[in-house]
Design a protein around this ligand. Sequence first.
Ligand code: AMP
Ligand code: ZN
Ligand code: FE
Ligand code: FE
Length: 279
Amino acid sequence: MRKHTSGRFADLHIHTNYSDSTDSPQHVVSLASECGLSAISITDHDTIDGLPEASLAGAEMGVEVIAGVELSSEYGKKDIHILGYFFDLNNSPLVNSLHGMQIARIDRMKKMVNKLSDLGVKDLIYEDVASRLRSDAVGRLHLAQLLVEKKAVPNLQAAFDQYLSEGGSAYFPKFKQTPFEAIKLIKDSGGIAVMAHPMITQRDELIPEMVRSGLDGLEAYYPNCSMEVANFYVGLAAKHGLIVTGGSDAHGKGKTSTYIGKAYVDYASVEEMKVRCGR
Ligand code: AMP
Ligand code: ZN
Ligand code: FE
Ligand code: FE
């Protein structure tokens, strides 16, 4: 059992169909309301376009919706995801940078589609991938879903194992942004920067330098992760003076291993974040 619960909980890592979940922002908010969450954050990959709809739905349904984003970055050929919260939605460097990331995603997806065609996958066209989402943040999960539908692979995991995982035969990197640059982007727009799912990323050795770049938190509570591992990251957060966060990383039907509310954090963490960024 976790100590010091306020009775109010927040799921701070949720995707929508503005990136690679199948759920609309409205549906996400209604599911959060049903499971009794006080607050959620929408953290789509490299886009904030779903936030206005989510905020409207949150106001209607009495769920606090915190502005969020999950920024892609790379270090030593390894994907590192930085979650941002409470940033200024109109911050020009952030908005411009997200736009650049989306252009890079489109370019990369076209390369992956071409590569798969060269590898013998038939009738694959970029537009069929792009039509699966409501922004330009097109990603590998969209392509994996299409490969399953076309019966080129038996399931999503096979799509990643065979073609799309880092180093796979149809894999292309997105763009060169380091986690330190991603953290700076969030901090310069007035936000809170958190290292997403450190237990999956397994780059703990970078945490001290991320802290020097302004990192504010660690996502210690994550689905399908043991209490022992979560407690390890709670300890690491304490050691570095970081806020502990948590969330489900729900992707609707895009990821059956998790769902909204599967991992969460006490609302006290949200209050700590607000104090830290002066909101
Ligand atoms: P992208 O941002 O296009 O590089 O895609 C990253 C997303 O693809 C992750 O957030 C997951 O949703 C999904 N993903 C990455 N690796 C896997 C995997 N091995 N199995 C299933 N989904 C994956
Ligand atoms: Zn995703
Ligand atoms: Fe992630
Ligand atoms: Fe995520």
